[in-house]
Each structure stands twice: as C-alpha cells, then as structure tokens.
Ligand binder design. Structure first.
Ligand code: ZN
Length: 104
C-alpha cells in the first residue's frame, strides 16, 4: 500500500480538505488558529511557504515541518492589538535555519 506522498506525483490535487483548530492560549487572552491542508483525492499534505517556523502572538508562523500554519487571531471587537505594537508579555520563538556560511 502506497502512502499519500507516493501517490502525489500522479494526482493533480483537484480538491482540498482543511482542518482548522482554534486554541485559546491560557492567561493571555490570545487565540491561535492551527491550519492543516491536504488533497482530498490523494491525501498528500501541503506545506505552508514563506513563513518562519515557531510561535508568535501577533505574526503567523509554521511548525518545524511546515505542515501546520499557526495564525494568531482575535475577535472583531479586539481592535487594539495592531495599534498597540508587539506584545512582549507572551513568549514567542522563531526558528532560524542557517547555512554552512553562518556556522559558529
Ligand atoms: Zn492529490
């Protein structure tokens, strides 16, 4: 039996399934939507592109493997966070990949 990744080159990925899980981050008043996308036909997972890996309260990040989008969200009534600037009360991290030129 072949895996979804093995079947992916034969599939044109015509339809998609997305799973969104919204998490409330305790003691912060913040929310994060974790989003996963896969092809509905072959099941292959899609990676998110162009975002750093990690977790941040006000900026989208992805999991280390790139398959999970971690998008900060807020209710419509919370219009203050963008105007208030970065929230440093919530711990965050960003994973930086360095090539051999940057080895220390
Ligand atoms: Zn497919």
């Amino acid at each position: 039996m072949s895996s979804p990744a093995d079947r992916a080159p034969l599939c044109e990925h015509p339809d998609f399934q997305a799973v969104v899980i919204v998490n409330r981050i305790e003691d912060t008043g913040r929310f994060v939507a974790d989003v996963h996308v896969r092809c509905a036909k072959c099941g292959v997972r899609f990676k998110w592109l162009g975002l750093a890996a990690g977790l941040h309260p006000a900026e989208p990040r992805v999991s280390v493997d790139g398959f999970e989008l971690r998008a900060p969200i807020e209710p419509d009534a919370h219009l203050t966070s963008l105007m208030a600037g970065p929230d440093t009360s919530f711990p965050s991290f960003t994973i930086v990949q360095r090539g051999p030129d940057h080895a220390e």
